[in-house]
Design a protein around this ligand. Sequence first.
Ligand SMILES: *Cc1c(COP(=O)(O)O)cnc(C)c1O
Length: 427
Amino acid sequence: MTARDLLARDRRSVWHPYNASPAVGPIYPVRRAEGTRLYLEDGRELVDGMSSWWAAIHGYGHPALVEAIERQAKDMAHVMFGGLTHRPAVELSEKLASLAPDPLERVFLCDSGSVSVEVAIKMALQYQQGRGRPKKQSLLTVRGGYHGDTFGAMATCDPVNGMHTLFRGALPEHHFVPPPSPSFGEPWDEAHIGELKGRLEQRGGEIAAVILEPVVQGAGGMRFYSPRYLERVRELCDEHGALLILDEIATGFGRTGRLFGCEHAGIAPDIMCLGKALTGGMMTAAATLATGEVAAGIRDSAPGLFMHGPTFMANPLAAAVSLASIDLLLQSDWQARVAAIEEQLVRELAPCRELAQVKDVRALGGIGVVELCDPVDMDVVQPAFVDRGVWIRPFGRLVYTMPPFVIEQGDLSRITGAITQVVRDHT
Ligand SMILES: *Cc1c(COP(=O)(O)O)cnc(C)c1O
């Protein structure tokens, strides 16, 4: 079958993310992925600048990860988790609890990032009921956030990017304040927390939890903000009896230069969501971690149970490969690698600043962003990247890269070179 046939068949039956069916815009059939390369059906080879949406931090097909899945598949690919337990789930839960900031000790393993956010929200609401505060049913969050596509999670995404108007009436309405500020590295002023503080003071009685992406707002705008903001949110949550939910789905496992984003601020949330790089990008899995206090609050009131339980919860293949991926990460010199990626992104994306169509250029850890004044034309920009042998997938006004941590310097230069050229010539 040729790449053309495959595309024709794709157009007849397949739906792609944030797309119509048949798909709008260019789609590229991939045959194989290995290391930092995607091999297309038509024979072309692309350097991966996306880690498949923050996930494939070790590159593709790492032998240790493939082996973990193979080994686990021979024992048991899946069993229900109601009434049963198994070694991969116990070991992964212990591992996550030991790595996460201290008070997080209870682990709910689930199947995708969005579900882990749904779980976090439900935990917060059940906890507040359990502690005799049933009026606390709303969430407080910031504009420019992204927490997933399911209804509960979507209701906490930026109302404009998240297309809330399309689903008005079906979506719960939460409290929104402006995006966190100042930018990462900028000096702090108490005015930056003014609106969030004010909202908690006025409406704290109905706010169950504050939910945020720590330090980096990902799909909602790729903004990097001051860790001091997080420190203040932690204090304000405590003052107003609101839980702090940190969504570390994009930032977790080293992407910002720390193992978890909240480490920049030296704070711990009450509930934390993990996903994306959890399995090293090998398959879908996520986790919601909670403190002993959250677990106790839920246990102490009727029904005394947490009301959630996905069919594929704690999938043994996913748990086994997550353990292998975490081991690989911790045994590597990931801090040095991510620091080197950041340094190279800063240096090599700097020329983009000179371009009139560019609004801002920024890098933090393994994330490099060129923010444009206007949205890109994907019909032009996407083929331009592929023609230059790199896989970069912009959205809106954002051209960005978050390469696998194992990328070599020369390959990263190909990515930054392609970004610079494509932005210069095609936006
Ligand atoms: C990707 C992402 C999600 C959603 O995860 P899915 O696995 O796509 O459901 C939630 N929060 C953040 C911060 C994300 O980056």
